[in-house]
Design a protein around this ligand. Structure first.
Ligand code: ADP
Ligand code: ASP
Ligand code: MG
Length: 243
């Protein structure tokens, strides 16, 4: 099977968590699956990069902010690929443009228009685990773009859609989607399944557990997405068509 699996920043916050993601991935590859990982920047990296940029120029252009911020996910991709290699399985990290993610030219909030899957397919056919940097693509002028905060979810769903993946999983620091933020409301209730429109309403109400465009893309391409804990791997919430 072809699997797309995304790890968020907290899930890659330190070497042990990176090794844990790599172990799961290497095991799936050993079982004969083709695996495409999508990774976010580690923990608070993106916030730190934004703060660092502001210390140099608090009105930096959107183009240069994208060039700078995209590095966070690229560093993660390199690290995760090395962690998979350390387990004896070949892996290759790809930036957004290398992964064929084509976007419009709206720096800081670019929309994915198309994915050219040629390079990813070549690497998968060569037996490698592909580790794609989330949150970024290449715009019409050939410049690096970013997809908006939380955009790595959208990278994962886009890759699942254009690759025709059998499964799309989003690993995060909670064990699924709840009716309210479980970190704020201890009595929040977890959904086993949730439809696209209900998920979009939750996001509109402030639930930033998934990037809104990832849900729209999943809905438009009929992609079923599982949101689950990177720490336990226990079954999470299935986002999909409930009709
Ligand atoms: P990642 O780094 O994995 O992308 P995010 O921080 O973007 O993770 O999203 C996960 C966070 O979303 C959780 O830690 C949780 O606090 C928050 N969250 C807000 N609303 C919800 C909700 N309704 N269900 C689950 N998590 C929620
Ligand atoms: N690193 C980016 C952010 O913090 C993208 C993501 O995590 O999805 O918003
Ligand atoms: Mg997120």
């Amino acid at each position: 099977m072809l699997l797309v699996e995304k790890y968020g920043g907290t899930s890659l916050a330190n070497p042990e968590r990176i090794r844990s993601a790599a172990r799961r991935t290497a095991e799936l590859a050993r079982q004969g699956h083709q695996v495409v990982l999508v990774v976010s920047a580690q923990a608070d990296t993106t916030d730190e990069l934004i703060a660092a940029a502001a210390r140099v120029n608090c009105h930096g252009s959107a183009r240069e902010m994208d060039a700078y911020l995209a590095a966070g996910e690229q560093m993660s991709a390199g690290l995760v690929a090395m962690a998979v290699e350390a387990l004896g399985h070949p892996a290759v990290s790809l930036s957004g443009w290398q992964a064929g993610i084509h976007t419009d030219g709206v720096h800081g909030n670019a929309r994915i228009l198309e994915v050219d899957t040629t390079r990813i397919r070549r690497e998968l056919e060569a037996g490698k685990v592909v580790v794609a940097a989330g949150f970024q693509g290449i715009g019409p002028e050939g410049d690096v773009t970013t997809l908006g905060r939380g955009g790595s979810d959208t990278t994962a769903v886009a890759l699942a859609a254009w690759l025709g993946a059998d499964q799309c999983r989003i690993f995060t620091d909670v064990d699924g989607v709840y009716d309210r933020d479980p970190h704020v409301f201890p009595d929040a209730v977890r959904f086993r399944r949730i439809g696209y429109e209900n998920m979009l309403s939750l996001i509109e109400g402030g639930a930033q557990v998934l990037h809104d465009r990832s849900v729209e893309l999943a809905r438009d391409h009929g992609i079923r997405v599982e949101v689950l804990s990177a720490f336990t791997g226990a079954p999470g919430t299935i986002l999909g068509d409930l009709s």
